[in-house]
Design a protein. Structure first.
Length: 554
């Protein structure tokens, strides 16, 4: 007799129809048909009993949740009040920009792919979207004629609305900057911000633009952004960041703000002109005497999640006394040691190859001793190599020259012990404990993770961008950061109601909540039901339903 069999693998239930038969005298289960997981099995049963039904499911949970956050914040009303009014294909400009923002979170891609993605969701049915009209041309035209000033006003209005509802403290704010390579043609003169420069993804051959974001310490909520030329270095742009901070942070009070930033923008004038309190990383090469502090003097500093080795002192930095905190990291030490060993091995390979050329009578390389010294200097030009690898030029029995070399292990160990694994933070926060300064600086990781995610194509992606004018690039970035803002607020709501997962995990879970469309083949009427959810999906769905039911002032 046939029977249903349930098998659990990695927490997922799988169903099959089996029958027991005797083989060689032993009862053996024979699989008649595999039905797949519970969801597939349920669909098969429904189809079997409803052959006259048409079923189609769409992604619902993610877009529905983000639209609820957008409605709570009044995003479309804000955009309508700031941007020049424009309606195209019966859709307002604000609704079109919001759809672009949702795509940047859920399924990053070009405007050409936006229509295809919308079709896989319940957005067309819940918001009566004119699908046939939502071409790439529609979105491009809706992005037209929006100025930098309008985008700044829109960012400020959205942030003021958020801060009126949610308790995001502005006592500690982060600043970080990065650049994005493009495929904009070198002959394209319509784009002025895309320049060649030092690209952080090593694509120095391509034109790039730069982006700075100022965020809250908590959850990395974007407060404002700044897009600028890709060939402008961080030190040059730093003064502009400070002006934006001063002009656009709500209720700006420099004595109540601590700015956390990376040391890439440091120079004497920039540090001198910072009005707020600050914590930043700083190059130890500018304070080489701090290398001499032996590791035995470092103390254990307990943070909330771990213990770190650190040494604190007040020391002069570019003529001003600051709190200096040296931190030691074993993982950083290992990484730097690995890099040094790689440089040593590469230098030895080059020296061996050069010796082969010197011993070859047909070689046309210069055998002048001064020329050889210059060649050795070039080979050992990377940091520390000229101290670790000792060389001398000798003459072989056949009168050919040879470069003899040896690795001074003691020098190598001394360099590693003195210099490796150390990082320097500086701050004017004399009243803060060492633990609080380190902990606050480490919270900057939130912003660095945001930038990493904007360079991937999974979620929150800014890159690749398919725009070729300054104006379109700026609107594109605004939409991407708007999407990031909506996801951050949704995550804050979820945390407030007890959710403990990450933002990406929350979005992944919601994206798998689907709504099923059911109708008879001979009828125009349809009904909608949510597909069966697991425990995590049900928990998040309850949270989403409560978003607009209670005041969320936190």
């Amino acid at each position: 007799m046939a029977y249903l069999h349930k098998r659990i693998s990695k927490g997922i239930e799988y169903w099959s129809l089996r029958e027991s038969k005797r083989i060689n005298g032993k009862p053996t289960p024979i699989v008649i048909e595999n039905f797949g997981n519970s969801k597939a099995f349920a669909e098969k049963l429904m189809n079997a009993h409803n052959e006259n039904k048409i079923l189609k499911s769409y992604s619902h949970g993610e877009v529905h949740s983000l639209m609820k956050i957008s409605e709570r914040l009044g995003i479309e009303r804000i955009l309508d009040s700031v941007l020049k009014p424009q309606k195209k294909d019966s859709l307002s400009r604000s609704r079109s920009l919001l759809l672009i923002a949702l795509q940047s979170i859920c399924s990053p891609g070009s405007k050409r792919s936006l229509n295809s993605w919308i079709k896989t969701t319940t957005l067309p049915y819940d918001y009566e979207l004119p699908l046939k009209s939502l071409t790439s041309d529609h979105f491009w035209k809706q992005m037209n004629d929006i100025t930098e000033n309008e985008l700044a006003r829109a960012e400020d209005a959205i942030m003021n609305k958020i801060l009126s509802i949610y308790d995001f403290g502005l006592e500690k704010i982060g600043l970080d900057y990065t650049n994005y390579y493009t495929y904009i043609n070198s002959n394209n003169e319509k784009c002025n911000i895309a320049k060649r420069g030092r690209n952080k993804q090593k694509r120095h051959d391509l034109r790039q633009y730069s982006l700075a974001i100022i965020t809250t310490k908590e959850m990395g909520l974007p407060l404002c952004s700044f897009v600028y030329e890709g060939n402008k270095n961080d030190q040059t742009a730093f003064s502009e960041y400070m002006q934006i901070l001063k002009r656009r942070i709500p209720n700006y009070d420099p004595q109540q703000i601590t700015l956390i930033f990376d040391g890439g923008g440091n120079n004497k004038d920039n540090l001198k002109n910072i009005e707020t309190h600050y914590i930043c990383s700083f190059s130890l090469n500018s304070c080489k005497h701090l290398y001499d502090i032996d590791l035995s003097k470092y103390e254990e500093v307990k943070l909330s999640d771990k213990t770190v080795k650190a040494y604190r002192l007040a020391s002069e930095v570019w003529g001003v006394k600051r709190e200096c905190i040296l931190m030691y990291s074993k993982s950083l030490y290992i990484g730097q040691e690995k890099e040094l060993n790689g440089n040593i091995n590469a230098a030895i390979v080059l020296l061996k190859e050069y010796n082969k050329q010197l011993s070859n009578p047909k070689s046309r390389i210069s055998k002048n001793p001064d020329s050889l010294k210059n060649k050795i200097k070039t080979i050992l030009s990377k940091k520390y190599l000229d101290t670790i690898i000792e060389t001398r030029i000798t003459e072989n029995d056949d009168s050919t020259l040879c470069i003899e070399y040896l690795i001074n292990a003691k020098n190598k160990d001394d360099i590693a012990h003195k210099n490796f694994g150390k990082k320097l933070l500086i701050s004017d926060r004399e009243d803060w404990s060492t633990a609080e300064i380190i902990r606050t600086y480490r919270e900057q990781d939130v912003l660095e993770k945001i930038f990493r995610s904007t360079k991937e194509d999974d979620r929150f992606s800014i890159q690749p961008q398919y725009h070729y004018t300054d104006q379109k690039i700026r609107v594109h970035i605004f939409c991407c950061l708007l999407g990031l803002t909506l996801a951050t607020i949704l995550h804050k709501e979820a945390i407030r109601q007890g959710y403990g997962g990450s933002r990406n995990n929350m979005l992944d879970t919601l994206s798998n909540i689907r709504r099923c469309w059911i109708k008879d083949r001979d009828s125009s009427k349809a009904s909608y039901v949510l597909e069966a959810m697991d425990d995590e999906q049900e928990s998040l769905w309850r949270i989403v339903q409560n978003i607009n039911k209670v005041d969320s002032t936190l």
